[in-house]
Design a protein around this ligand. Structure first.
Ligand SMILES: *Cc1c(COP(=O)(O)O)cnc(C)c1O
Length: 444
């Protein structure tokens, strides 16, 4: 499942020049099988447990094909009214499924990284008197934004892109459950104000990438309201869990967020790429991004939204179609059933780890990702890290399953992420067997 290609192997096998004459599709398709497929790591495989396990589904694939067939560019309302209007409707459906209040403006971005960039650009736009759009940031107040030590790298990357800089992105410590410490946040903001910084935004995470920890958004929202900071919530993976009534609490407090991102391409069976960006202040997003040259003016301006006004790129794929098809084909019930099964399988795996003295869990499991490691009696921390790296590589080398690792408090942790629509209990059992074999082989 993990591709066995060596670096450079496909590049060397392919002709270095383009063909002079066209080739038959039959020949090209044969090469897709022969040359391309061996270089594919199979994200759609049921034993894909690495990173965040994501899947496409039949309705999503069909939506993608229809979108390519029609080749719509939804930059303006008139360049395909159905693209803009379906996007508006389907994001409002998703808002309802997530239990978010009305009055949220939703727009689709390609990735959560883009959604968070748009959110933080709007936050910067909202700083009184800054006028970054017109004046840039040179010689201006030093902006500071806050996120936890466990936040996704895309938040810091947005700080780099927006001219806030890495120094302008302060990482707040986390508690024993890897959640942002709101008291530390409040202290950091006060300290920075006293030192002449201009705090402007907080990015909280619902479902961090390493452990799926959920930041205490209600307490963070209190601080943002008191301090006049834009609250952005990165719920790229974890937000989807809120579709389940028993997990709705993961989005507690998010009704107070200025912006929020959830990725249906993560845990909602929509083929990559589809990130849902919500804001309750669309006029600020628009004033950050709208720039309309003469050749893009239309008679409908002001009557219907032109979605190019809410992000970086002008051209926009017709992504709403695949989300609409998935939501219709599965319905709320079908989605809930699949999410519940993933949570059950993660819980089952966790119970095996907990019940085995040769392994230990390394973080709480709020959603469908289990962080754990194999134990090796008499070995120090560095050896544990090295041996666990070897265990995961040995399992991946079997080609039967694919796991990834992270660091928690400096130590190697293996991650089992359940989220693939085709994953069954037998796949989880098999990866547990493989882990046990790989660990046992290193205990001697
Ligand atoms: C996956 C993930 C991202 C990045 O998502 P992209 O859509 O690949 O940019 C950001 N934040 C969190 C919490 C994630 O899990």
């Amino acid at each position: 499942m993990l591709s066995r290609l060596r670096p450079g192997e496909l590049r060397e096998a392919l002709p270095s020049c383009p063909p002079e004459k066209g080739e038959p599709l039959r020949v090209i398709l044969a090469d897709v099988e022969r040359q391309i497929l061996p270089g594919i790591t199979h994200w759609n495989h049921p034993a894909f447990f690495a990173y965040f396990s994501i899947t496409s589904s039949a309705p999503g694939i069909l939506g993608e094909m229809i979108s390519a067939t029609l080749n719509v560019n939804g930059m303006l309302w008139r360049t395909s009214p159905a693209a803009t209007e379906l996007e508006t409707v389907v994001l409002d459906w998703l808002r309802q499924l997530l239990g978010l209040p009305e009055g949220r403006f939703g727009v689709i971005q390609d990735t959560a990284s883009a959604s968070s960039l748009v959110a933080l650009a709007a936050a910067r736009e909202a700083v009184p008197g800054l006028e970054a759009r017109r004046r840039g940031l040179v010689g201006q107040a030093r902006l500071r934004m806050y996120t936890s030590e466990q936040a996704h790298s895309s938040i810091e990357k947005a700080a780099i892109v927006l001219g806030v800089g890495q120094e302008g992105c302060r990482k707040i410590p986390v508690d024993e459950g890897y959640r942002m410490d709101p008291d530390a946040l409040a202290r950091a903001v006060a300290e920075d104000r006293a030192a002449g910084w201009t705090p402007f935004a907080v990015a909280a995470t619902v479902g961090t990438t390493s452990t799926t920890s959920v930041d205490p958004v209600p307490a963070i929202a209190d601080i943002c309201e008191r301090e006049g900071l834009w609250l952005h919530v990165d719920a790229a993976y974890g937000g989807t869990a809120a579709i389940l009534p028993e997990c709705r609490h993961v989005l507690d407090g998010c009704e107070r967020a200025d912006s929020l991102v959830v990725n249906p391409h993560k845990w909602l069976f929509v083929p990559i790429d589809l990130s849902a960006f919500y804001t309750r202040r669309p006029e600020i997003v628009r004033s950050a991004f709208s720039l309309v040259p003469d050749y893009l003016r239309t008679p409908e301006d002001g009557l219907a939204p032109n979605l190019m006004d809410y992000g970086v790129s002008l051209g926009r794929r017709f992504r709403a179609l695949k989300l609409w098809m998935v939501l219709r084909a599965f319905g709320r019930e079908g989605i809930m059933e699949r999410l519940r099964e993933h949570l059950r399988l993660a819980g089952l795996f966790r119970s095996w780890v907990e019940g085995d003295a040769d392994f230990e869990v390394m973080a709480p499991t709020p959603l469908s990702v289990v962080c754990f490691r194999a134990l090796f009696a008499g070995r120090d921390d560095a050896e544990h890290d090295r041996l666990n790296d070897e265990v995961v590589e040995a399992v991946n080398a079997t080609g039967e399953a694919f796991l990834s690792a992270t660091k928690l408090r400096g130590r190697t942790a293996l991650r089992l992420a359940v989220g693939n629509i085709r994953t069954e209990e037998r796949h989880v059992r098999r990866v547990w067997e493989l882990l046990n074999e790989a660990a046992a082989a290193r205990r001697g």
